[in-house]
Design a protein around this ligand. Structure first.
Ligand code: URA
Length: 447
């Protein structure tokens, strides 16, 4: 039986099952056939599982990525001046850095065409956060995407059907066949969407720890290496920061609550950890965009963009362009009356040693800030506001968090789920910096 372009799909499955290697042409034909609906899900599932169990070599990964990129439209922004730079995070709890750094970088003259995702599992998504701004639209056709990038140097939208459609089909299949947690698939999935975006450089934030998609640091290092090396092979300058996601980033977790924190950050009052990661990633983007000549210069430029109000002005421009109510970000507290809130109190005296990001993320999802199922809608106002951070001493009965949502229905239930996230002790060690390492040009800074 032959499949697309004369390949025998059963032969490919058998070869991979027997630990053999597939050629680039075979992989290309296979992905093309699947995208066109000519190869059934059950055969693709078998091949995915055989690859998952027996591994893929570098050439196979390149073939997979290439065919996934070419499964849809590959954008070309070469007519727009400047090096186009994007950032991708492997996802975290309270990670709102994209929404802060994109206006910072764009306001320094580096065009940022950003395509982001929705919340996945216990991690939040940039699109859901942006859409919590009343009226903000993240859906746009490629033509409008291009013209907004040209006009204001910044555009933030969701995945379109035109870009890397193979990933959409494959991701849905991986999700139900136990083949998600495999570095070659993850790398091809992330990069196919990013490299089809028409960018010259990509800055990656690869996270590890309880709140990250890859909790183990060594796995996260391997993912960072694979992503960076593959990106470079496809001609996109790629650098990765390895960051700690064991505890929630900043104080706010949830869509509108995080936008509130973004607003504070862009006014220069952001939490230390959020600003550390945001400024580091922004300076990498400024360096990759050749607006800065060094990381230090990039850092100063990013700080100055905030201090001068330029980054905030760019954010207002973005919100206004994409249909959002600028008034709502100018006076965010006006929406406070639309939500219910309960307080979480410390059950004992002691030092907060750790706040488990995964528990906080899951609590926020069940509160309505994320989705249990793909079809679920999110409550834009739902979220958890931490009042403490690791290393802080608290007394029994002191306020340690508040839980907020549009209706009071789920508030009490979330309290029970959230409390175990707070780990108390007498004295404990905790990391000061979230940034653990940097990978570029095949080397780690702190191996
Ligand atoms: N994010 C993606 O886009 N793809 C994966 O496979 C995993 C995380």
């Amino acid at each position: 039986m032959s499949g697309h372009k004369g390949i025998n799909i059963i032969d490919l499955i058998l070869r991979k099952r027997n630990k053999g290697v597939l050629s680039r042409d075979e992989i290309v034909a296979f992905i093309e056939g699947y995208t066109l609906g000519q190869i059934p899900d059950y055969q693709v599932s078998a091949l995915l599982m055989a690859s998952f169990l027996n591994g893929m070599n570098e050439d196979e990964m390149v073939g997979l990525l290439e065919s996934m990129i070419n499964s849809g439209e590959v954008l070309d922004f070469s007519d727009i001046p400047g090096r186009k730079v994007d950032k991708h995070s492997t996802g975290g709890v309270g990670d709102k850095t994209s929404i802060i750094l994109a206006p910072i970088v764009a306001s320094c003259g580096v065009p940022v065409p950003m395509i982001s995702g929705r919340g996945l599992g216990h991690t939040g998504g940039t699109l859901d956060k942006l859409e919590s701004i009343p009226g903000f639209s993240t859906q746009m056709n490629v033509q409008d995407y291009r013209s907004q990038l040209k006009e204001i140097g910044l555009v933030m939208i969701g995945q379109t059907d035109e870009i890397a459609p193979a990933d959409k089909k494959l991701y849905a299949l991986r999700d139900v066949t136990g083949t998600v947690e495999f570095i070659p698939f993850i790398a091809a999935s992330i990069l196919s969407k990013k490299l089809a975006e028409g960018i010259n450089a990509l800055v990656l934030d690869v996270k590890f720890g309880s709140g990250a998609f890859m909790s183990d640091e060594q796995d996260a290092r391997k993912l960072a290496e694979t992503l960076t090396n593959l990106g470079e092979r496809f001609g996109t300058d790629t650098v990765a920061l390895l960051t700690d996601m064991d505890q929630p980033m900043g104080y706010a977790v949830g869509n509108w609550p995080e936008i509130n924190e973004v607003i504070s950050c862009l006014h220069g009052h952001g939490p230390q950890d959020v600003m550390e990661v945001t400024l580091a990633l922004a300076s990498e983007m400024l360096l990759a965009g050749r607006a800065a000549n060094s990381i230090d210069e990039g850092l100063s430029m990013a700080e100055e963009a905030i201090d001068s109000g330029r980054a905030w002005a760019k954010f207002e421009e973005l919100v206004q362009k994409q249909g959002g109510a600028v008034e709502s970000i100018r006076q965010p507290h006006k929406r406070d009356v639309d939500r219910k809130e309960i307080e979480v109190l410390a059950p004992c005296d002691g030092m907060i040693c750790r706040i488990d990001a995964k528990i906080v993320g899951r609590s926020a999802v069940s509160l309505g800030a994320g989705r249990m199922q793909k079809e679920d809608s999110v409550d834009p106002l739902a979220g958890i506001i931490l009042k403490v951070s690791a290393g802080q001493m608290v007394s029994k009965g002191e306020k340690i968090a508040s839980i907020q949502a549009t209706t009071s229905e789920r508030l009490e239930r979330t309290m029970d789920q959230l409390l175990p996230a707070f780990e108390f002790g007498e004295e404990c060690e905790f990391r000061i910096s979230r940034i653990k390492d940097r990978y570029a040009d095949g080397t780690w800074l702190n191996p």
